[in-house]
Design a protein around this ligand. Sequence first.
Ligand code: UDP
Length: 242
Amino acid sequence: MDILGIRIDDIDMDNALSKAYAALCDNKSFKYIFTPNAEICMAAIKNNNLMEALNSSFMNIPDGEGVVLASKILKAPLKEKVPGCVFVQNLLGIGKNFSVYLLGASYDSVSTAAQNILSHYPNISISGFHDGFFSENQEKEIIDDINIKKPDLIIIGLGAPKQELFIYRHSKDIRSGLAIGAGGTIDIISGFAKRAPEFFCKYKLEWFYRLIKQPKRFRRMLNIPLFLLKCKQHMLFKKKKD
Ligand code: UDP
């Protein structure tokens, strides 16, 4: 569906996993998946390049409750929320053999995540990893490393919108593999960060948990209600036009 110009796939977890695995097997060209939440969508409304990046992906899974709420306001409700970090872990645990490259987070976090993947998912091999704090000059070196190692899956966690713009900028340079722009997933796999406890997930309060943990996000998170307001405005305008 289209949410204020951003293509979001109306897909549930199981179908998203099947689609991603099929893309992994058909490793002839480079494809990428994004995990937009309301914050990223709002940023894309203000940034054309980010909008183009999101709309150029192979699949955009609805990462947050805000996106699902927006789809309800727009009277085209999405099936369900597909949290990016759960999606990535489910894909790793799908029971198939494939190789993974990790790009993002601190060196300690990404190297621990690589170790944890090897011990938790016996079918997965690690073809390489790199931390997420690099200069523009180092980008070519990283892309060359990915092209030499030819991983099936590339988990990219540089934070939004850095990871979306990085993937889009290099979409013609990376020759194969399926990349996922995965925010803080590497920190979750390494154990350096925790997902919101069950209580917060059950009552759709993951955003509140993130706010308590990272109060610095407050300004950024104001984009969530702003985004919902934009959807409401869009519907009012549409009603008037009809
Ligand atoms: N990060 C990175 N490089 C940067 C900035 C951030 O690798 O230049 C990493 C950071 O260490 C963390 C992830 O990106 O692992 C961002 O996680 P967050 O949950 O904040 O994701 P967001 O909600 O911003 O997508």
